[in-house]
Design a protein around this ligand. Structure first.
Ligand code: ZN
Ligand code: ZN
Length: 296
């Protein structure tokens, strides 16, 4: 579907620079200790602040009515997944800390900890997104993994608060296995891990926004709203990255269409997957012995 000229250019072109600038200021203040709060508190502040701004922008300036959040979609489908994602994330973070405390020194180590902060953060992001890219492509290709990942693709809408609609298996891969490897076992310093996590959170939150945000050539560097919505397009097999576009570009799965959006979102065949409103059935789906459906 072709995009019209932006109805509110200030929001279309200004929202992302505003969020990125505010994020950069908070990160700088936290890393240089000008802000008397911990990294965890700064991360929580940025996460909540970004969600509030993105949520407000999509209510004021929605891109498509049919992608909107409704009371039924939020309460009947998303809310249990949001609660579950919060719990899994806390458990995963605790697990990462416990294992790291047992096996690796605090504060970074090895060659990565010796290079400048920005280089460390870039290496961490490159490694994180390569691992996620590999898992994500496998999750779209291997039936058993697709049974877990498919829940993120079941909604035929796209909005900020549906972002946490994930199966716990996906969350444990990203928030436990990959986080442990790239944030702790790589040797990166806590400041570098914090910086990478901030960028990850910003990109993931705005990736699902139902608003006409445009960032121009930056789409070739970072995955955002204009590229991730193509990953949710029915029949599409593109843009598997979560933060960086580099792996999609390298492996020829990158799509950026500045003036178009997908005609239809969601599963190729919705009847092939449980309705995610059936929370328990969806959670049990990867473990069931029933005939395994074809990946999307
Ligand atoms: Zn996917
Ligand atoms: Zn998504």
């Amino acid at each position: 579907m072709e995009l019209d000229t932006p109805a509110r250019p200030g929001l279309t072109y200004g929202t992302y620079p505003l969020l990125a600038t505010a994020t950069a200021v908070v990160v700088w203040a936290a890393v240089t200790h000008r802000l008397p709060i911990s990294r965890d508190a700064a991360l929580a502040l940025l996460t909540v602040g970004t969600i509030v701004v993105a949520f407000t922008v999509e209510r004021v300036n929605p891109l498509l009515d049919r992608w909107r959040m409704t009371r039924d979609s939020f309460v009947g489908r998303d809310l249990p997944f949001i609660g579950l994602a919060f719990v899994v994330e806390q458990v995963a973070t605790m697990g990462v800390s416990l294992i790291a405390a047992r096996f690796v020194p605090d504060g970074g180590f090895g060659p990565l900890a010796e290079v400048p902060l920005l280089v460390q953060a870039l290496v961490v992001l490159l490694a994180l997104d390569l691992l996620w890219y590999a898992y994500h492509r496998a999750a779209h290709a291997i039936p058993r993994l697709w049974r877990a990942h498919g829940v993120h693709h079941a909604p035929s809408q796209l909005y900020v608060l549906m972002h946490p609609v994930f199966h716990p298996i996906d969350l444990l891969v990203s928030r436990f296995v990959i986080s442990l490897l790239v944030f702790r076992f790589s040797g990166a310093t806590p400041d570098a891990a914090f910086l990478a996590l901030v960028v990850l959170n910003l990109q993931q939150t705005i990736s699902h926004i139902n608003s006409d945000l445009r960032t121009g050539p930056l789409n070739y560097l970072l995955i955002g709203a204009e590229t991730h919505r193509w990953h949710h397009g029915a029949g599409e097999r593109v843009n598997y990255g979560s933060v960086l576009a580099v792996w999609d570009i390298a492996f020829r799965t990158f799509v950026y269409e500045p003036t178009r959006v997908p005609d239809q979102l969601g599963l190729d065949d919705p009847s092939s997957y449980p309705d995610p409103r059936r929370f328990h059935a969806t959670l049990a789906w990867p473990l069931r012995r029933a005939k395994v459906v074809s990946p999307r």
